[in-house]
Ligand binder design. Structure first.
Ligand code: GDP
Length: 309
């Protein structure tokens, strides 16, 4: 029986790294592909790749993205020629994205490209794109529509945000790999990622919520908010855009109808989420030990809920 983690790039990926130490090959991570972007002639899939780098132990933890100790030789040369410089890719990261572009151009599926990349980097857990169809998030601001990566990097993720549009979502479907993993799961964990732009698109794939609900596994979310604040990144402006507070109650609101339990930190501003079981524990995952601890407590909590249900 497997453990399934839904994840964006940072919070969810860190939890997945902790979970890998417990579940090993029985771990499946479903990653958001709505922030994929095509540039510099390659196909960048930031969330599935960050997850893969975290699981492979290759992530540049300090920077929060890319591969530790990598160089930027090719990127710097491209910029010298006049290529856009706003999205930096280090050499090995660029190779990942070039390989993916090649694989897709040959008619391959994103799911298979990611599996190849993960296997080559020594990852035995599964990293699954949420769907094989192209899906893209646009951020609606007073200045108009912005593709997500441009909003995050060029505009610095500065709000206010009026809303989010997920282009192509109606035509997307969970892959067979995703539905199989959910159906066979012992526990389904929604990682502490941005609820609106990282987890939102995964849950918006038609059939995804149904596949999660149909599974017999307990569904537990780990809140990305500590003391009512985002640890890193602009989750707050996106919660504001949908009128939800940055607290466990807000998480309960965003994932309404899906959750059996929520894990949140002792400094959550409250009130308690409505009608959902709660586990209060430290959720900051800034060391390997804390990642293992949060993953272990979450899994134990899910097993208790399964026993009770
Ligand atoms: P992105 O795709 O890289 O922006 O990252 P995600 O959407 O996966 O994660 C962003 C969220 O992760 C933010 O809301 C953070 O508060 C949350 N986060 C990052 N690190 C931690 C952590 O150690 N613990 C918890 N609970 N949340 C975290």
């Amino acid at each position: 029986l497997g453990v399934v983690v839904l994840a964006g790039g940072t919070g969810g990926a860190k939890l997945a790294a902790g979970m890998q130490g417990i579940a090993g090959e029985d771990l499946t991570v479903i990653g958001n592909t709505a922030d994929d972007v095509e540039l510099l002639g390659v196909h960048v899939s930031p969330d599935p790749d960050l997850i893969t780098y975290w699981l492979a132990g290759l992530i540049d933890e300090e920077r929060g993205w890319g591969l530790r100790g990598d160089t930027f030789t090719v990127f710097e040369e491209l910029v010298r020629f006049g290529a856009p410089a706003w999205f930096a890719l280090s050499d090995r990261d660029l190779a990942t994205c070039l390989y993916r572009a090649h694989f897709l151009a040959e008619g391959g599926r994103p799911t298979d490209a990611q599996a190849q990349i993960a296997r080559a980097l020594g990852v035995t857990a599964r990293v699954l794109p949420m769907s094989d169809e192209p899906v893209r998030t646009n951020v609606v601001t007073a200045a108009g529509r912005r593709p997500l990566q441009e909003f995050l990097i060029v505009d610095g993720g500065a709000g206010p945000v009026e809303g989010v549009e997920v282009q192509g979502i109606e035509a997307a479907r969970p892959t067979a790999e995703v539905t199989d993993a959910l159906a066979g799961a012992e526990a389904i964990v929604i990682g502490p990622s941005n609820p609106v732009i990282s987890i939102g698109p995964i849950l918006a794939v038609p059939g995804m919520r149904e596949a999660i609900s149909a599974s017999r596994a307990p569904v537990v979310a780990v809140s990305p908010f500590i003391g009512g604040r985002s640890v890193k990144g602009p989750s707050e402006v996106f919660m504001a855009a949908i009128g939800a507070p940055t607290s466990a109650a807000g998480i309960g609101q965003v994932y309404a109808g899906l959750l059996d339990g929520i894990v949140h930190d002792p400094g959550d501003p409250g009130p308690a989420p409505d009608g959902i079981e709660v586990l209060v524990c430290e959720t900051l995952m800034d060391t390997p030990e804390s990642r293992t601890e949060v993953a272990g407590r979450t899994l134990e909590f899910a097993r208790e809920l399964a026993g009770a249900g």
